[in-house]
Write a protein that binds this ligand. Structure first.
Ligand code: SF4
Length: 230
């Protein structure tokens, strides 16, 4: 893979890559599987989500037609494995998502990838549990978006490091981080996918929401967060 750019953020990502290695996204075929991946589990760790998704693959299948043909009780049994919160709602959401693909995308959500990014984002946001960051993540991981999509761990890490500012609401914080990343990173979806995964991992393993593990953090020298000086 090509080197990180010679910017402040590029330097941080090079250090994180040295620490965590080259991370690969989950093996998912296209945007519909990514939507199912989000819905099938809730507040589950990566291993639990992956295990639940595999049960969905084996017991039901991952096409809109198979999801729609499955008894709702079977879907609920599966979503319950991915977390007990709102598991029945999530079973219904699997079928709502499948029906949307049948009604609006001719049965194949991959068609959304051919649209201009703003239109594609808008259409993807119709799906249950997919907000703007989720829609951007789908487009980025599918290789058709060239800006850094982030989930909450990545946003927290970047604001603590001083790339963007913590604002009153999450949307404004996300926007301020976006302005910096657009300047500091290349428009290369593979590189940006890697950045997403490295920042997420750092947020999960070291830069925790409360009590970040700053001692031994590989990017402590670059960090503006007060914990680093505690
Ligand atoms: S030094 Fe602490 S707050 Fe800063 S990035 Fe590392 S873990 Fe996060």
């Amino acid at each position: 893979m090509s080197a990180w750019p010679k910017t402040n953020l590029g330097g941080v990502l090079a250090k994180l890559e040295k620490r965590y290695g080259s991370l690969a996204p989950p093996k998912l075929e296209g945007p519909f599987e990514m939507v199912l991946w989000e819905i099938v589990a809730y507040l589950a760790d990566d291993a639990e989500r992956a295990a639940t998704f595999e049960v969905l693959r084996k017991r039901v299948g991952l096409t809109p037609k198979k999801i729609l043909a499955a008894p709702i009780d079977v879907l609920a049994e599966i979503t319950r494995m991915g977390g007990s919160i709102a598991y029945q709602d999530r079973a219904e959401r699997l079928q709502i998502a499948a029906q949307l693909v049948m009604d609006q995308f001719g049965g194949d959500l991959a068609s959304v990838l051919k649209l201009p990014a703003p239109k594609a984002k808008k259409l993807l946001r119709q799906f249950p549990m997919i907000g703007e960051p989720g829609a951007e993540k789908i487009l980025l991981f599918c290789g058709v978006l060239d800006v850094l999509a982030l989930e909450s761990n990545g946003v927290r890490v970047l604001t603590r490091l001083g790339f963007g500012e913590e604002k009153k609401n999450y949307g404004a914080t996300y926007k301020s981080v976006r302005e910096v990343t657009l300047e500091e990173l290349p428009g290369d979806s593979k590189k940006l996918t890697s950045a997403h995964l490295l920042l997420r991992r750092h947020g999960q393993e070291a830069c925790l929401r409360s009590e970040p593990r700053c001692r031994g953090c590989v990017v402590a020298a670059e960090c503006k967060h007060t914990h680093t000086r505690a």
